[in-house]
Design a binder for this molecule. Structure first.
Ligand code: ZN
Ligand code: ZN
Length: 137
C-alpha cells in the first residue's frame, strides 16, 4: 500500500508531498519531542524522503543520529529524520483534508509524564525497545 498526501506549514510557504506506507499514526512521548513541540509528537511514516517545495527548511541536529526540520518563517515542525536510514516521519497535523488515520503506536512510553494519557488502544514501546528496532543486528 502506498498513499500520497499533501501538507503545508502554518504560513503555507512550505508545501510537502508525502508518500506514506499506511494510515498509521505514532505518538512519541520522549523528552525531546515534548520539548520540541510542547507535547507528544503525532506523526505519519514516509516511505521515501518528502518532496518539499518552498524555502529550504531550517534543520536542527537534535542527536548524532537524527535531525528535525522546521519552517524558518513560521516555525512549523516539518519532519524528524533518521540520518543513516534517511527515514522521515512528518507531524500528522500538517496534512490537509479529512483522513481516516489509525492511531496504532506510542513510543518512548516510559518517558510519558503521568499527567496525561491517550485512551486509544495502541502498541506501546519503551525508548529501549525503539532503539533495539533500529540498532544494527
Ligand atoms: Zn511556514
Ligand atoms: Zn520523540
Amino acid at each position: 500500500m502506498s498513499l500520497n498526501k499533501q501538507g503545508t506549514c502554518l504560513c503555507k510557504a512550505t508545501r510537502l508531498n508525502l508518500t506514506l506506507a499506511s494510515t498509521d499514526i505514532t505518538a512519541c512521548h520522549c523528552n525531546m519531542c515534548r520539548k520540541w513541540t510542547g507535547g507528544p509528537l503525532l506523526t505519519v511514516h514516509c516511505t521515501t524522503p518528502p518532496m518539499i517545495e518552498g524555502p529550504a527548511p531550517s534543520v536542527y541536529d537534535s542527536s548524532p543520529w537524527a535531525q528535525r526540520g522546521f519552517c524558518g518563517q513560521c516555525g512549523t515542525h516539518l519532519f524528524y529524520r533518521l540520518k543513516e536510514q534517511d527515514l522521515y516521519v512528518v507531524p500528522a497535523g500538517l496534512l490537509d483534508g479529512e483522513e481516516s488515520w489509525t492511531f496504532t503506536e506510542q513510543i518512548f512510553i516510559d518517558e510519558k509524564p503521568a499527567w496525561y494519557c491517550f485512551k486509544n488502544e495502541t502498541r506501546n514501546l519503551t525508548g529501549q525497545e525503539v532503539f533495539d528496532q533500529f540498532a544494527p543486528s
